[in-house]
Design a protein around this ligand. Structure first.
Ligand code: HEC
Length: 686
């Protein structure tokens, strides 16, 4: 045989063997190596933020600027859910895993667009009242042949990826307290890391690591100190306690780590974003002042034992619900001729931070929206220079950003090709004031902000802070300047994905769009008819690149507002080039009318009903994802006592108020709603 042919044959055999090895590894499970390589070598979407850097920059390029206009619907699945869908789906070898409302998990065959299995952790519906921000969940983690999820009632559950059968579950919180889990677990070196939420209702935050296989607890990092009369759990807590005054532990203290995590394998550092103070107002929580570590901070932990390595507090002595739980992205940035291992965050407080992730030193910080609580960040100390009205002393101050933040949980994305970070930002302020009197409500179902408008105090108005809208911002993290932005009607829009030279985002009006990553020009837009809050993902199966997104209106602002004619059931949509499937058929919007029923009640009774409504009902019945009761039917009002006082709609998540409200109270609330509808009808007629 000719030598050349011999070599060619050998090469072919080698290629075939390699190809076979590729096939074999392709059918394997999600191991540490796959997670480590997720940044460059994957057509899958294996972890919440796509990779350990959490940049949400898909390396796929089949869909790009030149052809994105040909993107069409490949398939959709109506999940039949109501309320918010915030999950980022994960995809491994053609199978997609995501969570829906009430922490339910779905596995979907991407090739067929069909559900393979669902797993329902059967969260007690009473939990719907123990959460600040809807019965949402942001996603699962994958490891080996298992799927991990945190549930609304604080459990960590491991299910089999093939069958959806439960392997084990751990209760991660004291279930007598208003803890909840809405964030996605992350996998680091064989451990599942999970945080929790609930600071607004009054709990003490922490993150816990469990062995991914056995479920045994490995370590726990508390974010804020407990009762200092008890032994401290760690040196970090002993240090932190020096920055607190008063009796904060009675109110929980807060600092719940309910969303952001990122990991640097080279440095072996795990980064966690921590939450706001409980209650919000520091004058009440820690009356002698203090920074209240580690609230509103980025903490770096050793993932092997949970020890604190460094911290950077974005909002010392938080008094505004300025969480630093917002999405964290790791990137290597060229700053003044040097490559910096950077960590980037756009927390609620309105400043974009670039830190050195090796040690937590501040590289730069500039406001990315209008902010009036702090003038700037002092580069010497790394601390904000607060304005005089920021802490609302003896005045009601209109502060921007508001408690919803300049950026909430909706993930941002970083594209290293354009060098830009795409932030789903929010512009708007709100009034904060010292309460006339404050009483801690310890019923696990009430917000404890200790901040409220007080008529006796002066008012500091700020017309710019009075505006309210959303903004997709393309931010240059090196110059700390906006490159372009797209303004949005609502301040509550969706998370972001970047691929090649594109940026994908949905909005409150149900438009799912692709923008030119360099200029912000709209290149493609598709009406999904229901407000969108979740982040899209992109992945490849059998050589085809897909874009998928969950659509289900809700989340904290979604309960108060809506920007589409109707809110359709939660649906998963998947797009690919050249596809053109029709939108699913949803029932036509029924035009809702204000209720017109006679009622018999005194002015005092209606006032009493209004105040009970404000305390017990408004958080949910704001007129968004949950109905505005002024538009309910006559039938609803004839069964009002049973619905509210006997729990007949508990299955839909409507709490039973029988333990708190008397028959008379409920009658007063009903009459208040009917009288409110009457006023609105009269106003509309004018
Ligand atoms: C934790 C959230 C939550 C709170 C708080 C809440 N509700 Fe509800 N309520 C719901 C949900 C969810 C539904 C079912 C909505 C649906 O049909 O999807 C509902 C439905 C209802 C309905 C039936 C409406 C209709 O048109 O079908 C009435 C009446 C009602 N609630 C009254 C009240 C009153 C009065 C209060 C305060 C005392 C209250 N709710 C507080 C979540 C809440």
């Amino acid at each position: 045989m000719n030598r050349l042919i011999k070599y060619a044959l050998l090469l072919l055999v080698t290629l075939a063997v390699l190809d076979c090895a590729k096939e074999n590894s392709a059918s394997s499970t999600v191991d540490d190596l796959k997670l480590l390589n997720a940044k460059t070598a994957t057509s899958d979407w294996l972890t919440y933020g796509l990779n350990y850097s959490e940049d949400r920059h898909s390396p796929l390029t089949q869909i790009n600027k030149s052809n994105v206009s040909e993107l069409g619907l490949a398939w959709s699945i109506n999940l039949g859910t109501r309320r918010g869908l915030e999950s980022t789906p994960l995809v491994h070898e053609g199978i997609m895993y995501f969570t829906g409302t009430w922490s339910k998990v779905y596995a979907v065959d991407v090739r067929k667009g069909e559900i393979i299995w669902t797993y329902d952790p059967e969260v007690p519906k009473e939990w719907g009242e123990k959460v600040c921000c809807d019965v949402v969940n942001r996603g699962v983690a994958l490891y080996e042949d298992k799927v991990y999820l945190g549930t609304l009632d604080g459990r960590l559950i491991c299910v089999d990826a093939k069958t959806g059968d439960m392997n084990w579950e751990k209760i991660t919180v004291d279930q007598s307290k208003p803890y909840s889990i809405t964030g996605a677990p992350r996998i680091v070196k064989g451990k599942v890391i999970i945080g929790n939420g609930g600071a607004d209702l009054g709990v003490r935050g922490y993150v816990t690591a469990y062995d991914a296989i056995t479920g045994d607890q490995s370590w726990r990092f508390y974010v804020v100190p407990g009762d200092p009369n008890e032994p401290f759990e760690s040196d970090a807590m002993e240090e932190a306690a020096k920055t607190w005054t008063g009796e904060w532990w009675k109110y929980g203290g807060g600092g719940t780590a309910w969303d952001a995590m990122a990991y640097d394998p080279e440095l072996n550092q795990l980064y966690i974003g921590t939450g706001n103070g409980a209650p919000w107002n520091r004058d009440v929580r820690s009356p002698g002042g203090g920074d209240n570590l580690y609230l509103s901070s980025i903490v770096s932990l050793n993932p092997d034992d949970g020890e604190l390595l460094w911290h950077y507090q974005t909002t010392p002595g938080d008094s505004w619900d300025y969480t630093a739980t917002q999405h964290i992205i790791l990137a290597d940035l060229d700053i003044e001729g040097k490559t910096k291992k950077a960590l980037m965050q756009a927390p609620k407080n309105g400043f974009f931070y670039v830190l050195d992730r090796t040690n937590g030193e501040l590289i730069s910080a500039e406001p990315y929206v209008y902010t009036n609580w702090a003038k700037e960040i002092d580069m010497q100390t790394g601390r904000p220079i607060e304005t005089q009205f920021a802490r609302y002393p003896n005045m009601n101050s209109q502060i921007s950003p508001n408690a919803g933040g300049a950026h909430n949980w909706q993930p941002m994305a970083y594209n290293d090709k354009t060098g830009l970070v795409y932030i789903p930002a929010r512009e708007g302020g709100m009034f904060y004031g010292q309460p006339k009197e404050w009483e801690y409500i310890d019923d696990s179902r009430s917000w404890n902000t200790a901040s409220s408008f007080n008529e006796e105090n002066d008012t500091h108005n700020d017309s710019i802070a009075g505006r309210n809208f959303g903004k997709l911002i393309a931010w240059n993290p090196i110059t700390q300047e906006e490159e372009w932005s797209v303004w949005q009607k609502s301040s509550w829009n969706a998370g972001v994905l970047t691929t090649d030279d594109l940026v994908f985002q949905g909005n409150a009006e149900g438009e799912f769009s692709a923008y030119d990553a360099y200029t912000g020009d709209t290149l493609w837009s598709y009406s999904l008819k229901t407000g969108i809050v979740a982040s899209p993902i992109s992945y490849e199966v059998d050589g085809v690149q897909y874009v998928s997104i969950l659509v289900g209106w809700g989340g904290v602002m979604g309960l108060y507002s809506k920007f589409t004619e109707q809110i359709n059931p939660g649906t998963l949509y998947t797009f690919a080039l050249g596809k053109n499937e029709p939108m699913p058929n949803f029932p036509e919007a029924i035009e809702k009318k204000l209720i017109d029923l006679s009622f018999d009640a005194t002015h005092e009774e209606i006032q009493h009903g209004a105040s009970l409504f404000g305390r017990y009902c408004r958080t949910c019945h704001g007129g968004g994802a949950i109905p505005n009761l002024a538009f309910s039917s006559g039938e609803v009002f004839s069964t009002f006592q049973q619905i509210v006082g006997k729990g007949t709609l508990l299955g839909l998540g409507m709490p039973n108020f029988g333990d708190r409200l008397s028959v008379k109270d409920i009658e007063d609330i009903k009459n208040y709603i009917l009288s409110d509808a009457k006023v609105r009808r009269e106003n509309a007629a004018e």
